[in-house]
Design a binder for this molecule. Structure first.
Ligand code: ZN
Ligand code: ZN
Length: 332
């Protein structure tokens, strides 16, 4: 049940100091000096690149109707979500590297499970923020080229201008707690605890967010990139339980630097509980080396965290690269 009165109050707040966007709860702002300290301390300890098995989904099967919600992990934060005539992508990235230039920066250790050409006809894209591992100009160009103005881009405030500069026609740009109906789906832009920026001078000049989509009989939460904050309890209170949550489990070490902006698996389980999610699916691990933890650690740490917090393992699953899961509406 949505608490519309509280939602309206929250939507009137501005997560902005006139210059830059701010997190809902104050967080330490690690600047360049801290970044350099991390790089210095981690030299030689940076996680080794590891590959993982890749299933190749059958594009013909993915083009068939999805009477039940169907999820395919393409890699990192990119999911294909299909339900009742909707084909949706989250944070589409298909490039070899997630960085401003094609020859430098974190390189994929597992290929994307699908290419843009193999995708079914996409109706909408959810963008959480403008970091390179979530918003990729080549993916935007390729999706725009293939689907053009039949594709709607949901983006947090400030990211719309960037998309429009790349000739994207249909952008729904929202601030936290705002929503917009699109066909039979209500899309809510919601807080996450993170930051933004693609270069040295645009830190927190555009908003970062999570998304919730409500179909008449099914609901979805996409966390984007986030640290842990009480905000997920608030989201749960305002919007009620959610059927499926896509939650990040990787890129969390060292904690002194990453904790404000990236959850560890135990915190991902807390978010699952705060949101009152029926099912969660893991993302944001096993694709790029971004941080210090071993690339295969997040699923193992998640299994321990689920046991510690008394959450059944089947409630928070870790799909493999390219794996498709169907989660029946209303199933436990
Ligand atoms: Zn990010
Ligand atoms: Zn990220």
């Amino acid at each position: 049940m949505t608490d519309w009165a509280r939602l309206e109050q929250l939507a009137a707040e501005r997560p902005h100091d006139g210059q830059r966007y701010l997190n809902r709860y104050p967080t330490p702002d690690h600047g360049l000096a801290d970044f350099l300290r991390w790089q210095r301390q981690s030299r030689g300890r940076f996680a080794a690149p590891m590959s993982f098995p890749l299933r190749r989904p059958d594009p013909v099967e993915l083009a068939s109707p999805a009477p039940q919600p169907r999820f395919t992990w393409i890699g990192h934060a990119t999911y294909l979500i299909q339900y009742r005539g909707w084909n949706l992508l989250t944070d589409p990235v298909f490039s070899e590297r997630c960085s401003p230039v094609s020859f430098l920066g974190p390189k994929r250790t597992v290929a994307p499970a699908l290419t843009v050409d193999e995708l079914p006809t996409i109706d909408a894209v959810l963008v959480s923020h403008n970091h390179y591992d979530h918003l990729d100009k080549d993916a935007v160009a390729a999706l725009n080229h293939r689907f053009g103005d039949r594709l709607t881009w949901f983006a947090p405030q400030g990211v719309g201008a960037w998309l429009r500069r790349r000739k994207v026609a249909r952008v729904v740009e929202l601030s936290w707690w705002q929503h917009q109906r699109h066909r039979e789906v209500d899309a809510f832009c919601l807080p996450a605890q993170h930051f933004s920026g693609r270069g040295p001078r645009d830190r927190n000049r555009t908003l970062w967010c999570s998304w919730r989509l409500n179909w008449p009989d099914f609901s979805l939460f996409f966390a984007g990139d986030t640290g842990y904050a009480p905000v997920f309890g608030e989201i749960g209170e305002v919007l009620g339980p959610v059927d499926v949550a896509l939650l990040p489990i990787g890129a969390y070490q060292p904690r002194w630097f990453m904790a404000p902006v990236h959850v560890d698996p135990a915190e991902a389980v807390r978010i699952h509980r705060d949101l009152d999610a029926r099912h969660s699916l893991a993302m944001h691990w096993g694709t790029f080396v971004l941080t210090d933890e071993p690339m295969d650690e997040p699923p193992q740490a998640l299994a321990r965290a689920l046991a510690d917090q008394g959450v059944p393992a089947r409630a928070f699953r870790v799909p493999g690269h390219g794996q498709t899961l169907t989660l029946p509406v209303g199933a436990q």
